[in-house]
Design a protein around this ligand. Structure first.
Ligand SMILES: [Fe+2]
Length: 216
């Protein structure tokens, strides 16, 4: 017997110690001290995010932004393999802080092509969870299972550690679960992206020419 898995979703993961430095840590602390708000005010014990939602435009984080763009371009070149030149750029970016006892609610990122998160400070046994309803075996049914595998699972996760960067299609729902055993804060930088350039094919009537306006 063989089981053929026909489709898969590419989640990019790399550990890059050069993404943030000690100096960047001070910049992140300064931005956090300028103001944080709940990531979702309707959720109890939720994480907080920086009021500044363009943190990667901070001059002191220029190197971090360039490194993240390099990883994004690797995703584009390796996975999307566009025939035409497209420029992927970062739209909004923010700091996410999750203290012990807090959780990061399930969400996805509208108005973005690829999203990502890098972890200047992950916590012990840290994970990012993905819940892909559209990819479930039977999206409208739930079977309890004696054993979970990659086909019957409704949720899958990736272990993450400090200096990891994760990139995924923005429509995928994801969250960080509450872990009462954690003793330290998770500090992460999250970001959205969009593209400029020409995509599609003129003769197939799906061509799209996208120009960006200057960012904030
Ligand atoms: Fe997110």
């Amino acid at each position: 017997m063989s089981i053929v898995s026909l489709f898969s979703l590419p989640i990019y993961q790399e550990n890059d110690a050069s993404i943030t430095s000690e100096k960047d840590g001070k910049t992140l602390s300064r931005i956090c001290s300028e103001g944080m708000r709940p990531s979702d005010a309707s959720v109890q014990n939720c994480s907080t995010i920086s009021i500044n939602s363009y943190v990667l435009e901070d001059d002191n984080l220029r190197s971090t932004k360039d490194k993240i763009l390099n990883h994004l371009n690797k995703y584009v070149e390796t996975i999307i393999c566009p025939k035409t030149n497209i420029n992927l750029y970062i739209t909004q970016s923010w700091i996410l802080s999750t203290k012990p006892g807090q959780n990061h609610h399930e969400h996805y990122h509208p108005n973005s092509l690829l999203s990502g998160v890098c972890y200047p400070k992950a916590v012990e046994n840290d994970k990012i969870h993905f819940d892909i309803v559209q990819q479930r075996l039977f999206p409208l049914f739930f079977f309890d299972a004696s054993e979970w595998n990659i086909w019957n699972s409704t949720i899958q996760w990736i272990h993450v550690k400090t200096n990891d960067i994760i990139i995924f299609p923005s429509w995928i729902k994801h969250y960080g679960e509450l872990n009462p055993d954690q003793t330290t804060n998770r500090i992460a930088i999250a970001f959205n992206t969009f593209i400029e350039g020409n995509i599609g094919k003129e003769d197939e009537l799906n061509q799209l020419k996208i120009k960006s306006i200057k960012q904030k």
